[in-house]
Design a protein around this ligand. Structure first.
Ligand code: GRF
Length: 187
Protein backbone atom coordinates (compact mmCIF):
# COMPACT_ATOMS: atom_id res chain seq x y z
CA UNK A 1 0.00 0.00 0.00
CA UNK A 2 1.50 3.32 -1.11
CA UNK A 3 1.19 6.45 1.02
CA UNK A 4 0.20 9.70 -0.62
CA UNK A 5 0.47 13.18 0.88
CA UNK A 6 -1.61 15.98 -0.61
CA UNK A 7 -0.37 19.57 -0.23
CA UNK A 8 -2.99 22.33 -0.43
CA UNK A 9 -3.49 25.98 0.48
CA UNK A 10 -7.13 26.69 -0.22
CA UNK A 11 -10.48 25.19 -1.11
CA UNK A 12 -9.20 21.65 -1.44
CA UNK A 13 -11.71 20.47 -4.01
CA UNK A 14 -9.08 18.43 -5.86
CA UNK A 15 -7.99 16.93 -2.56
CA UNK A 16 -11.56 15.92 -1.74
CA UNK A 17 -12.17 14.45 -5.18
CA UNK A 18 -9.02 12.34 -4.97
CA UNK A 19 -10.12 11.09 -1.55
CA UNK A 20 -13.70 10.28 -2.56
CA UNK A 21 -12.86 8.79 -5.96
CA UNK A 22 -10.13 6.73 -4.29
CA UNK A 23 -6.84 5.32 -5.50
CA UNK A 24 -6.54 1.56 -5.35
CA UNK A 25 -3.31 0.31 -3.83
CA UNK A 26 -2.76 3.65 -2.07
CA UNK A 27 -4.13 5.68 0.76
CA UNK A 28 -4.22 9.43 1.23
CA UNK A 29 -2.26 9.37 4.47
CA UNK A 30 -1.63 13.04 5.07
CA UNK A 31 -2.68 16.56 4.19
CA UNK A 32 -0.06 19.32 4.42
CA UNK A 33 -1.15 22.95 4.27
CA UNK A 34 0.72 26.25 4.59
CA UNK A 35 -2.14 28.01 6.35
CA UNK A 36 -5.54 27.52 7.91
CA UNK A 37 -7.78 26.77 4.95
CA UNK A 38 -10.83 24.83 3.86
CA UNK A 39 -8.76 21.79 2.89
CA UNK A 40 -8.27 21.14 6.63
CA UNK A 41 -12.03 20.87 7.11
CA UNK A 42 -12.15 18.30 4.33
CA UNK A 43 -9.32 16.32 5.94
CA UNK A 44 -11.19 16.35 9.24
CA UNK A 45 -14.40 15.17 7.56
CA UNK A 46 -12.56 12.21 6.02
CA UNK A 47 -10.46 11.48 9.14
CA UNK A 48 -7.21 12.17 7.29
CA UNK A 49 -4.32 13.41 9.44
CA UNK A 50 -3.41 17.00 8.62
CA UNK A 51 -0.51 19.27 9.49
CA UNK A 52 -0.03 22.97 8.85
CA UNK A 53 3.41 24.49 8.37
CA UNK A 54 3.27 28.26 8.30
CA UNK A 55 6.32 30.08 7.00
CA UNK A 56 6.15 32.63 9.83
CA UNK A 57 6.79 29.89 12.40
CA UNK A 58 10.22 29.11 10.96
CA UNK A 59 13.34 31.22 10.65
CA UNK A 60 14.10 30.03 7.17
CA UNK A 61 12.29 28.29 4.35
CA UNK A 62 14.87 25.51 4.60
CA UNK A 63 13.97 24.92 8.26
CA UNK A 64 10.30 24.75 7.34
CA UNK A 65 10.89 22.29 4.52
CA UNK A 66 13.11 20.14 6.74
CA UNK A 67 10.27 19.96 9.25
CA UNK A 68 7.87 18.94 6.49
CA UNK A 69 10.30 16.26 5.29
CA UNK A 70 10.51 14.83 8.81
CA UNK A 71 6.73 14.34 8.87
CA UNK A 72 6.74 12.87 5.37
CA UNK A 73 9.42 10.40 6.42
CA UNK A 74 7.60 9.44 9.60
CA UNK A 75 4.53 8.68 7.52
CA UNK A 76 6.56 6.89 4.83
CA UNK A 77 5.14 9.03 2.07
CA UNK A 78 5.79 7.68 -1.43
CA UNK A 79 4.10 10.34 -3.55
CA UNK A 80 3.44 14.04 -3.01
CA UNK A 81 0.42 15.48 -4.79
CA UNK A 82 0.26 19.27 -4.96
CA UNK A 83 -3.35 20.43 -5.25
CA UNK A 84 -3.49 24.19 -5.06
CA UNK A 85 -0.40 24.47 -2.83
CA UNK A 86 0.68 28.07 -3.30
CA UNK A 87 4.38 27.76 -2.41
CA UNK A 88 7.40 26.97 -4.49
CA UNK A 89 9.39 24.04 -3.14
CA UNK A 90 13.11 24.66 -3.01
CA UNK A 91 15.73 22.55 -4.85
CA UNK A 92 16.79 20.34 -1.86
CA UNK A 93 13.15 19.40 -1.24
CA UNK A 94 12.50 18.71 -4.91
CA UNK A 95 15.65 16.59 -5.18
CA UNK A 96 14.77 14.67 -2.04
CA UNK A 97 11.53 13.59 -3.72
CA UNK A 98 12.71 13.63 -7.32
CA UNK A 99 9.99 12.40 -9.68
CA UNK A 100 7.70 11.80 -6.72
CA UNK A 101 6.08 15.24 -6.62
CA UNK A 102 3.33 16.12 -9.07
CA UNK A 103 1.20 19.20 -9.60
CA UNK A 104 -1.99 20.09 -11.42
CA UNK A 105 -2.44 23.39 -13.23
CA UNK A 106 -5.56 24.73 -14.95
CA UNK A 107 -4.06 25.51 -18.35
CA UNK A 108 -2.40 23.82 -21.28
CA UNK A 109 1.14 24.43 -20.05
CA UNK A 110 3.47 26.03 -20.99
CA UNK A 111 0.69 28.57 -21.60
CA UNK A 112 -0.57 30.61 -18.64
CA UNK A 113 1.67 29.67 -15.74
CA UNK A 114 0.96 31.12 -12.31
CA UNK A 115 -2.24 32.38 -10.73
CA UNK A 116 -5.39 33.33 -12.67
CA UNK A 117 -4.58 31.03 -15.57
CA UNK A 118 -8.21 30.47 -16.51
CA UNK A 119 -9.09 34.15 -16.36
CA UNK A 120 -6.09 35.13 -18.48
CA UNK A 121 -6.94 32.57 -21.14
CA UNK A 122 -10.55 33.79 -21.22
CA UNK A 123 -9.40 37.40 -21.54
CA UNK A 124 -7.21 36.37 -24.47
CA UNK A 125 -10.33 35.14 -26.22
CA UNK A 126 -9.32 31.49 -26.27
CA UNK A 127 -11.79 28.77 -27.13
CA UNK A 128 -9.46 25.99 -26.10
CA UNK A 129 -8.58 25.58 -22.44
CA UNK A 130 -7.26 22.67 -20.47
CA UNK A 131 -5.50 21.08 -17.58
CA UNK A 132 -1.95 19.81 -17.12
CA UNK A 133 -0.47 17.35 -14.64
CA UNK A 134 3.30 17.56 -14.44
CA UNK A 135 6.26 16.55 -12.33
CA UNK A 136 7.47 19.33 -10.06
CA UNK A 137 10.86 20.94 -10.36
CA UNK A 138 12.21 24.17 -8.85
CA UNK A 139 10.26 26.34 -11.28
CA UNK A 140 6.69 27.55 -11.10
CA UNK A 141 4.27 25.29 -13.00
CA UNK A 142 7.31 23.85 -14.72
CA UNK A 143 8.67 20.32 -14.94
CA UNK A 144 8.00 17.42 -17.25
CA UNK A 145 4.41 17.14 -18.42
CA UNK A 146 2.74 13.85 -17.61
CA UNK A 147 -0.63 14.40 -19.23
CA UNK A 148 -2.90 17.17 -20.49
CA UNK A 149 -6.59 17.28 -21.31
CA UNK A 150 -8.31 19.87 -23.43
CA UNK A 151 -11.49 21.69 -22.51
CA UNK A 152 -13.34 23.37 -25.37
CA UNK A 153 -15.45 26.33 -24.26
CA UNK A 154 -16.97 28.97 -26.47
CA UNK A 155 -18.73 31.15 -23.88
CA UNK A 156 -17.74 34.12 -21.75
CA UNK A 157 -18.98 33.03 -18.34
CA UNK A 158 -15.92 32.57 -16.12
CA UNK A 159 -17.76 30.59 -13.46
CA UNK A 160 -19.09 28.12 -15.98
CA UNK A 161 -15.65 27.82 -17.56
CA UNK A 162 -13.99 27.32 -14.18
CA UNK A 163 -16.38 24.59 -13.25
CA UNK A 164 -15.71 22.76 -16.54
CA UNK A 165 -11.97 23.07 -16.04
CA UNK A 166 -12.25 21.81 -12.46
CA UNK A 167 -14.33 18.81 -13.55
CA UNK A 168 -11.57 17.99 -16.03
CA UNK A 169 -9.00 18.37 -13.23
CA UNK A 170 -10.76 15.90 -10.95
CA UNK A 171 -10.96 13.23 -13.61
CA UNK A 172 -7.41 13.75 -14.88
CA UNK A 173 -5.69 13.99 -11.51
CA UNK A 174 -7.27 10.83 -10.11
CA UNK A 175 -6.45 8.94 -13.30
CA UNK A 176 -2.80 10.08 -13.37
CA UNK A 177 -2.27 9.31 -9.67
CA UNK A 178 -3.76 5.85 -10.17
CA UNK A 179 -1.49 5.29 -13.14
CA UNK A 180 1.63 6.32 -11.18
CA UNK A 181 0.68 4.07 -8.26
CA UNK A 182 0.07 1.14 -10.64
CA UNK A 183 3.37 1.79 -12.39
CA UNK A 184 5.25 1.77 -9.06
CA UNK A 185 3.61 -1.51 -8.12
CA UNK A 186 5.01 -3.19 -11.21
CA UNK A 187 8.58 -1.84 -11.01
C1 GRF B 1 -6.80 24.12 -9.08
O1 GRF B 1 -7.37 24.82 -10.15
C2 GRF B 1 -5.44 23.64 -9.44
O2 GRF B 1 -5.29 23.34 -10.79
C3 GRF B 1 -4.56 24.81 -9.07
O3 GRF B 1 -5.14 25.33 -7.91
C4 GRF B 1 -6.53 25.04 -7.90
C5 GRF B 1 -6.83 24.38 -6.59
O4 GRF B 1 -8.20 24.25 -6.38
N1 GRF B 1 -3.19 24.41 -8.93
P1 GRF B 1 -8.74 23.36 -5.17
O5 GRF B 1 -8.13 23.92 -3.90
O6 GRF B 1 -8.33 21.94 -5.42
O7 GRF B 1 -10.21 23.55 -5.19
Amino acid sequence: MKNIAVFASGTGSNFEQIVTRGISGARISLLVTDKICNALTIAHRHAIPAVTFERKDFETKTAMEEAIIRVLEERRIDLIVLAGYMRLLSPPFVHRYENRIINIHPSLLPLYKGKHAIQQALEDGRKLYGVTVHYVNEGMDDGQIIEQVRVVYDGLDIEQLESRVHEAEYELYTRVIQHLVDQEATT
